[in-house]
Design a protein around this ligand. Structure first.
Ligand code: IPM
Ligand code: MG
Length: 394
């Protein structure tokens, strides 16, 4: 009685298999990362997004423009404002990223992207894919780097979340086989796992981190998580100086709360969905998701964003102007270091550390705290002071 439905589901499944096999082949084509130092000009695209996105992104863009002013004038850096990555425009075009926006994005080298609203089942919005997820896939941004640092508690974590596979690879292409049976798919490829594992281990090696933890649930999700674990183990053999340990995602989530154990963790490598969930938890220790930036790195492109969403509730309650810009400012610092502006990146992080610790300028998300613009100005003033004192030292 189900024959027709099974045939229809199989047809969808076959299409997914073909797409994923092709994707795995394509990964092999691009071997090397862009070397920004060899480019005549680096183009930085800025997309405000929607919800609180434009408010917090503009503070980060201002800081970047200040820090890169000399090189903009010398023609070595160009900023491009990219409009149209809003939920309204995406719904009007019925595309996660409208074609004209994508065309502009592809002309850039790196992108600073504000949060964008993601429709979910039952909210009345059309079922379009998240713009983040679509951008990560379209630009093949396979590594999502999410640092969490609380020096006074000995926490120095860097998460290497695989960013194009796992439960996300075909997350909006699951199959409702019948009214009563729905199936989603999890994808792990050899190429996709090798490149994230390699990046995590190289990062550990280059930054003198002595431990990499492979996080998965290979005891239950045996095929895809099993493959992820096995490949990471293989790569780990090339780094004998680094201790590798293995944790199931559930106990790892618990151990992040264990004050005695959690300082052992340094670098984590993990599949997409686990990385999504645990990095929100980790950011909470540092002061909340509003304080956490992330880098989405690929071989040709890179995109920098907050780890959180567009906070439609804040907008609805008229509180957008009190949103915390720290996540986007941290993302901007990661962008700077990614394109080789190390000193500027360090100074921005320094300014943020000072401003975030200052009790007189607290961001609360409400009118009892300071506004996003006031905080942005505070960071800018602090940065000017740091930059000037650097100059005096020379
Ligand atoms: C993130 C976000 C996104 C994700 C959402 C907005 C689709 O939660 O960047 O962590 O799940 O990856
Ligand atoms: Mg998330």
């Amino acid at each position: 009685m189900y024959e027709e439905k099974i045939s229809a589901a199989l047809a969808s499944y076959e299409k997914l298999l073909r797409e994923q096999l092709e994707r795995n082949e394509k990964i092999k084509e691009t071997k090397e990362f862009v070397d920004y130092s060899t480019l005549e000009k680096i183009i930085i695209g800025v997309c405000g997004g929607d919800g609180i996105g434009p408010v917090i992104t503009s503070e980060a863009a201002k800081v970047l423009e200040f820090l890169l002013k000399k090189d903009v004038e010398a023609g070595k850096i160009e900023f491009r404002n990219i409009e149209g990555l809003t939920i309204e425009n995406r719904i009007a075009k019925m595309q996660p990223i409208p074609d004209d926006v994508m065309e502009e994005l592809k002309k850039c080298h790196v992108i600073l992207k504000g949060p964008t609203t993601t429709p979910q089942a039952g909210d009345g919005l059309p079922n379009i894919e998240s713009a983040n997820v679509a951008m990560r896939k379209a630009l093949d941004l396979f590594a999502n780097l999410r640092p969490v640092r609380i020096p006074e508690e000995g926490i120095d974590w860097t998460f290497f979340r695989e960013n194009t596979e796992g439960a996300y690879a075909v997350g909006s292409k699951g199959v409702n086989v019948t009214d009563e049976l729905a199936l989603d798919f999890v994808v792990t490829t050899t190429e996709g796992t090798e490149r994230i594992a390699r990046l995590a281990y190289n990062y550990a090696k280059n930054n003198k981190k002595d431990r990499v933890s492979i996080i998965q649930k290979a005891n239950v999700i045996k095929t895809t998580d099993g493959k992820f674990l096995n490949i990471c183990r293989e790569i780990s053999k090339d780094y004998p100086e680094i201790t590798t340990d293995e944790w199931y995602i559930d106990i790892c989530t618990a151990k992040l709360i264990d004050k005695k154990r959690r300082t052992d963790f340094k670098v984590f490598v993990l599949p997409n969905l686990y990385g999504d969930i645990i990095t929100d938890e980790a950011a909470e220790f540092q002061g909340g998701v509003g304080t956490a930036g992330s880098a989405n790195i690929g071989k040709r492109y890179a995109m920098f964003e907050a780890i959180h969403g567009s906070a439609p509730r804040m907008v609805k309650e008229g509180r957008a102007q009190y949103a915390d810009p720290c996540s986007m400012l941290r993302a901007a610092a990661m962008l700077l270091s990614h394109i080789g502006y190390i000193e500027e990146s360090v100074n921005l992080d320094k300014a943020l550390d000072i401003c975030m610790a200052d009790e007189s300028m607290k961001i609360t998300g409400r009118d009892d705290g300071c506004s996003c613009t006031d905080f942005g100005n505070f960071v800018m003033d602090t940065l000017v002071k740091i930059t000037n004192s650097d100059k005096e030292m020379i």
